[in-house]
Ligand binder design. Structure first.
Ligand SMILES: NC(=O)c1ccc[n+]([C@@H]2O[C@H](COP(=O)([O-])OP(=O)(O)OC[C@H]3O[C@@H](n4cnc5c(N)ncnc54)[C@H](O)[C@@H]3O)[C@@H](O)[C@H]2O)c1
Length: 253
């Protein structure tokens, strides 16, 4: 018996580090998984890495309504109604002070994280089974400020407001809605942020700087975040909704 036997799980950003690690964990627990990501080549590569017959790979831009309707429809026609909606796709911008932050990049970050999660929920919720789980990937910086990251930090905080609203709207269907807040993780996405933080701090090693601020003294692993996602996806968190689940090594404290 797996924790997600026959559950239909849709993961946006599913070809990326945390999405793919979560897809692996969900499949190992008996789920059927649809992975959505921007580029066809990436979703196909992720699909072959995952293997097996319980994977659907869909190329779509999560910031577009038509693309969202299409990835939801494809998932439902392949596997049936959705049990776990994991809105996880994300982009990032430069680490630079707000007074110099490019407006087009601000908009692009809002479009993926905030509009993308809104669209995922707007069109995904009607296609979910009652009793399901919605997980929205925020960040440790969805609960604290970080100099140089005005768009990303603002977007990740906005997702908390979205989650709290949806948790109240969806409770009557016993659909739980929570945000997952990873701290710095050992992957390429974070490596770019570490480099920017180091530069902003005057040319220091950004990774070491962050590790010295994290009580557990290190970056997390994608598998650890996938473990927290599994907790939120499954009945293990059956009485958990409207909550920010921190997986940050204690950084926020
Ligand atoms: N890596 C970290 O340390 C960290 C920490 C906190 C939060 N997060 C969040 O975790 C989530 C996953 O990040 P990751 O670390 O796996 O990075 P990643 O870059 O490996 O994965 C993100 C994925 O989202 C996809 N994506 C971007 N824009 C898209 C769009 N418009 N439509 C569809 N897909 C799109 C990318 O192609 C990529 O595959 C993101 O929301 C990120 O903000 C990451």
């Amino acid at each position: 018996m797996g924790l997600l036997d026959n559950k239909v799980c849709l993961i946006t950003g599913g070809a990326g580090s945390l999405g793919l690690a979560s897809a692996k964990k969900f499949l190992a627990e008996g789920a059927k998984v649809a992975i959505v990501d921007l580029r066809e080549a990436d979703v196909e590569r992720a699909k072959s890495e995952l293997g097996g017959s319980n994977v659907e790979a869909i190329a779509a831009d999560v910031s577009q309504a038509d693309a969202t309707k299409r990835y939801i429809d494809r998932t439902v026609s392949r596997f049936g109604k959705i049990d776990v909606l994991f809105s996880n796709a994300g982009n990032q911008g430069p680490i630079t002070p707000t007074t110099e932050y490019p407006e087009d990049i601000f908009d692009a970050i809002m479009a993926v994280h905030v509009r993308g999660s809104f669209l995922c929920c707007k069109y995904g919720l009607p296609q979910m089974n009652d009793g399901g789980s919605v997980i929205i990937t925020s960040s440790v910086v969805g609960a604290m400020g970080a100099p140089g990251s005005v768009a990303y930090v603002t977007a990740k905080h906005a997702l908390v407001g979205m989650m709290r609203t949806l948790a109240k709207e969806c409770a009557r269907r016993n659909i739980r809605v929570n945000t997952l807040h990873p701290g710095p993780i050992d992957n390429e996405f974070q490596a770019r942020i570490d480099a920017g933080i180091g530069k902003l701090a005057g040319g220091v090693d950004g990774r070491k700087l962050l590790d010295s601020a994290i009580p557990l003294g290190r970056h997390g692993t994608p598998e650890e975040i996938a473990g927290s996602a599994l907790y939120l996806a499954s009945g293990l968190s059956g009485f958990v909704t409207g909550t920010m689940v921190m997986a940050d090594g204690g950084l926020r404290g």
